[in-house]
Design a protein around this ligand. Structure first.
Ligand SMILES: CC(C)(COP(=O)(O)OP(=O)(O)OC[C@H]1O[C@@H](n2cnc3c(N)ncnc32)[C@H](O)[C@@H]1OP(=O)(O)O)[C@@H](O)C(=O)NCCC(=O)NCCS
Length: 156
């Protein structure tokens, strides 16, 4: 697991964008561009975590500090590498790093029609705090609830 808390090179940004697309395009979700990864890495408030080698990443997560909290903006694992606890390791690494930076809780949001992610967050001990009814509008016009979760840091 590697944490990038500063500028990254264009090759890594390209690989992360490719991985993000592999993970999220099948869910019908917008993929982050290489430019977004470059810009995120350059922001002091954002951190990028990468599972696997940086020349062949298999998982990624991006967080945004909003002291004293942090938001998990995205997390995902390549389809071929799932159920090997990579996302669990990413979440543990970023949680302990953020706790060491003084962050007290980690917030995130997930579509209600994404059971693997909901199961993953529940298995990780996240507590559901709010539901935003019909928050997401899908390409076919359907609406899906957003479930908001929180993990208290420093209690692991
Ligand atoms: C959700 C996701 C990140 C889980 O990644 P992963 O590396 O496969 O998860 P882990 O191996 O760490 O799983 C830990 C636990 O979460 C739960 N879990 C994970 N995937 C699950 C699934 N498909 N169905 C049910 N439970 C699941 C299980 O309890 C699992 O423990 P177990 O394997 O011992 O049963 C991955 O499926 C993914 O990238 N999905 C697409 C992107 C996404 O939805 N991201 C989150 C919303 S932004």
């Amino acid at each position: 697991m590697q944490r990038f808390a500063g500028p990254i090179d264009a090759a890594l940004a390209d690989r992360l964008a490719q991985l993000h697309s592999t993970i999220f395009a099948p869910l019908g979700e917008r993929s982050w561009t290489a430019e977004e990864f470059l810009q995120s890495a350059a922001l002091a408030s954002r951190h990028i975590w990468v599972a696997g080698r940086s020349d062949a990443p298999t998982g990624l997560a991006v967080t945004q500090m909003v002291a004293p909290e942090a938001e998990l903006l995205t997390i995902g694992v390549s389809p071929h590498a799932r159920r090997q606890r990579l996302a669990t390791q990413l979440l543990h690494s970023l949680s302990s790093d953020l706790a060491a930076m003084g962050v007290q809780s980690l917030m995130f949001e997930v579509r209600a029609d994404n059971p693997p992610a909901v199961q993953f967050y529940r298995a990780a001990g996240a507590v559901q705090t709010t539901t935003r009814p019909n928050y997401y509008r899908l390409a076919d016009g359907r609406r899906v609830d957003a479930l908001q979760f929180c993990i208290a840091l420093g209690q692991k």
